[in-house]
Design a protein around this ligand. Structure first.
Ligand code: 5GP
Length: 143
């Protein structure tokens, strides 16, 4: 089977173009970070490069440095914001791995001792909670 290609109508491409709303926490020329609508824990944030790629496997290597610099920045901010004990950073490639949205993205999830992750793509969070959490993370990022 031929390798799957990038589809510019995926949901994160629409978020990047501003065609559908998101709770944004960080943006620069190369990267956008926003809240996951079905968080696996409070403060679950997604970081995406603006350059199109389906996942890590087809990404231009030059997008990865700027992307992971912001992953680190956001991971530090969410750990501080939520008083977390640790941070899980996850990234999936192709359906067999659990990928469901086909624009490269990295999950950042604050973790607490003894508290398991909620299911992947589980329950939608209330918009007001996402907005509140996004505001707290933005504040931590600006300090
Ligand atoms: P994947 O399995 O592709 O790594 O994860 C995709 C993630 O995107 C899931 O955690 C899911 O909750 C999240 N997600 C799916 N649709 C939307 C959406 O419309 N907006 C936002 N902010 N997150 C989404």
């Amino acid at each position: 089977m031929a390798d799957a290609t990038y589809d510019s109508n995926n949901i994160f491409a629409k978020i990047l173009r501003g065609e559908i709303p998101s709770h944004r926490v960080y943006e620069d020329d190369a990267v956008l970070a926003f809240m996951d609508v079905m968080p696996q824990g409070p403060g679950h944030t997604l970081v995406v490069p603006k350059a199109p790629s389906r996942n890590l496997l087809d990404a231009d290597p030059t997008t990865l440095g700027p992307l992971f610099a912001i992953v680190q920045k956001v991971a530090r901010a969410v750990k501080k914001t939520f008083g977390a004990d640790g941070v899980t950073v996850m990234q999936f490639n192709e359906p067999a791995s659990g990928q469901t949205v086909y624009h490269l993205h990295v999950h950042i999830i604050p973790r607490f001792e003894g508290v398991p992750l909620k299911p992947h793509s589980g329950q939608m969070e209330k918009p007001e909670i996402l907005a509140e959490n996004a505001g707290k993370i933005r504040a931590a990022l600006s300090n």
